[in-house]
Design a protein around this ligand. Structure first.
Ligand code: ATP
Length: 238
């Protein structure tokens, strides 16, 4: 048994002739919250999309729980327990809250277990139970982020990838979302978190990586990165 949940080595990803990611090395160990921080365009989203199989790397290796993900398709990666909450949430606004949650279980065949998980998600997010039959488009931004996280939980992730969960949300709502993410982590799911809100992300992260122009250039505990002068100056507003 390895305690390394996710290992990314020498990752490179290009869009045509644009080299978006050049050399990313990172790992997430079992039970960790890991933050990936960096400026706009540093390659954070591209890295997550390569891990979840949405983009094919041009070089490097990605393994999950000791097995290479190779050229597995995204839905096969989801089935293994590696699930992404996409940037911008990707909620289906004309479907109800309940239907959005049920979509998160689409690749599962254990219907009764999935029904139990739906109850568990609604217990974790009581607001989603209250709004279950409303169109998801009627939810506030924070509620939509909860729905996106709840939908991912319906796939029973062992590693959850989150792309900018705080985007566009008021500070109090951001706090609430981060508390929920910590609870999910304590219940046994590892998290890889991409954030522009570096301070908030590093506060909850066990470890973090700094990405600059497609390369991981620094890694340390969340606490030490928060106190690192280079990080303070570049990402925490001095
Ligand atoms: P942001 O916080 O702004 O989303 P990021 O760190 O997530 O930034 P990426 O979105 O991964 O960065 O982008 C990395 C680089 O790849 C940038 O230079 C960006 O312009 C480029 N890029 C991203 N998506 C595409 C695309 N679909 N086609 C071409 N270039 C792209």
């Amino acid at each position: 048994m390895t305690d390394v949940t996710l290992a990314v080595e020498g990752l490179a990803v290009r869009y045509g002739h644009i080299q978006a990611v050049q050399q990313v090395d990172l790992e997430v160990r079992a039970g960790e919250i890991v933050a990936l921080i960096g400026a706009n365009g540093a390659g954070k989203t591209t890295t997550l999309n390569a891990v979840s199989g949405l983009l094919k790397p041009s070089a490097g290796a990605i393994s999950f729980e000791g097995k290479g993900l190779g050229r597995l398709r995204p839905q096969e990666i989801v089935r293994r327990g590696l699930i992404q909450v996409p940037e911008g949430r990707a909620i289906l606004t004309t479907l109800s809250v309940r239907e959005n949650l049920e979509l998160g279980a689409y690749s599962r065949r254990d219907r009764r277990e999935a029904a139990r998980d739906l109850e568990a998600v609604m217990n974790r997010f009581p607001i989603l139970r209250d709004r279950a039959s409303l169109s998801a488009g009627n939810l506030s931004g924070g509620e939509q982020q909860m729905l996106a996280i709840g939908r991912a939980l319906m796939g029973r992730p062992r590693l959850l990838l989150l792309d900018e969960p705080s985007m566009g949300l008021a500070p109090l709502v951001v706090q609430e979302i981060f508390l929920i993410l910590q609870e999910i982590n304590r219940a046994g799911t590892s998290l890889l978190l991409v954030e522009q809100n570096a301070r908030q992300a590093l506060r909850v992260a066990h470890r973090g990586y700094v990405l600059e122009t497609g390369r991981t250039v620094l890694t340390d505990t969340g606490e030490r990165l928060l106190g690192n002068p280079r990080v303070v100056e570049a990402y925490l507003g001095g």
